[in-house]
Design a protein around this ligand. Structure first.
Ligand code: UD1
Length: 364
């Protein structure tokens, strides 16, 4: 049984790594790895393959950046040729990026079964490109693997056959637990002159935050206060870098002596940075999950989250983009009044080990 596994953008790599590693337990499955090339920079892609021991992709579609329509269409045209040549029994996609829906659509239209890992998550905010990708991918998938109960509940509400849905845990957490000790060998704290629990980490890349000068400016105002207490380390996504070059924002950044803008960090360095931080401020989905496992306070600079379990049992607090609200939540962390986290059910490092036997059984 041949399964094409698709990766495209940075957060896909840590989800596919444990699945690729678990395939040998089911010798009936012949995995093929396709990289769409949605992310292509050394620091956004190749570095993750090396650090996570992901095999070289069998095919790289090299689509690169573009508008949503162009990027999605380019992936579809190029992926169709691969599916026609490889004749797989199934295509497995992860997460919610453009590569996920593009390859999903190609598969089902060629009559190939579609598997979605990280199904059912919903922010209920249709202005997010990822929400559209999630809704569409789930609606055409044959097997849906969920990371948290809210995902199972959302799929049930949308009328998805419960026989196709499986609560398996979280592949991103598989990768985190496998690599945490290795990440702790990273020298990034020493290189940056940072003390354990003596700094904050920031990441921002959501279009709703970083494509608007006004919103980005309000977030920077909050950071202006935080950096008075200690250093802020900010590995900057390429999308965000462009906005920070605008004169008004560049001025705000220049006025923050304790804000350190870094290039995008590799996986191990980034995990080490979060693991040693006093708190993390982010708009990422995956980092809400990773900080929950590392038990590091996370302030999510968004109005909603598709990962509610990280707020229910984890360390995550949704704080929006209003500087006063961000600072109030920040002070609660500093006062020690913010909650502590526990791992959500099945976030135990064994999600991929659960997924692969189900694939063999259900697709066989
Ligand atoms: C994409 C995903 C988002 C995910 C994020 C993680 C979609 C719709 N969005 O957003 O869900 O959270 O990845 O990073 O799929 N660029 C580079 N080098 C690269 C890749 C991109 O410089 O290797 C720059 C390009 O200028 C590009 C911009 O970043 O135009 C945005 O890249 P794109 O893949 O379109 O979306 P992301 O913002 O990365």
């Amino acid at each position: 049984m041949k399964i094409i596994n698709v990766v495209g953008a940075r957060p896909n790599f840590m989800k596919v790594a444990p699945i690729m590693a678990a395939y040998p337990s089911e010798p009936s499955i012949q995995p093929v790895l396709v990289h769409t090339g949605q992310h292509y920079d050394e620091k956004m892609s190749d570095l993750f393959f090396r650090e996570l021991g992901i095999p070289e992709p069998d095919v790289n579609l090299e689509v690169g950046s573009g508008s949503h329509a162009r990027q999605t269409a380019d992936i579809m045209v190029r992926f169709e040729e691969v599916v026609l040549a490889e004749k797989p029994d199934a295509v497995l996609v992860v997460g919610d990026v453009n590569s996920t829906i593009a390859c999903g659509m190609v598969a089902v239209k060629l009559g190939v079964k579609l598997v979605h890992v990280e199904a059912g998550l919903r922010s209920h905010d249709r202005t997010m490109p990822e929400e559209i990708n999630r809704l569409l991918t789930d609606s055409i998938s044959d097997l849906l693997f969920c990371t948290e109960q809210s995902g199972m509940d959302n799929l049930a509400k949308e009328g998805v056959d419960p026989g196709k849905c499986f609560m398996v845990g979280n592949c991103m957490v598989d990768t985190l637990l496998k690599n945490l000790e290795k990440a702790r060998q990273s020298k990034i704290l020493e290189q940056q002159g940072l003390d354990e629990r003596g700094y904050a980490v920031v990441t921002l890349h959501r279009p709703a935050n970083v494509d608007s000068e006004e919103v980005m400016g309000r977030i920077l105002l909050a950071l202006t206060e935080v950096q008075k207490d200690w250093p802020i380390v900010f590995p900057v996504h390429p999308r965000t870098r462009k906005m920070l070059e605008k004169p008004a924002l560049a001025k705000l950044v220049a006025a923050m002596p304790n804000l350190r803008l870094l290039d995008p960090a590799g996986y191990l360095d980034f995990v080490r940075l979060c693991d040693g931080a006093r708190l993390v401020l982010t708009d990422s989905g995956g980092i809400q999950e990773e900080t929950t496992i590392m038990d590091v306070p996370c302030l999510t600079l968004r109005e909603n989250t598709e990962r509610p379990v990280t707020c229910d049992v984890g360390t995550n607090v949704l704080v929006g983009r209003d500087p006063d609200k961000i600072l109030a939540a920040y002070r609660a962390v500093m006062d020690g009044t913010a909650g502590k986290g526990v791992a959500p059910p099945l976030w135990d490092g064994k999600a991929a080990e659960r997924i692969v036997p189900i694939l063999a059984r259900e697709l066989g």
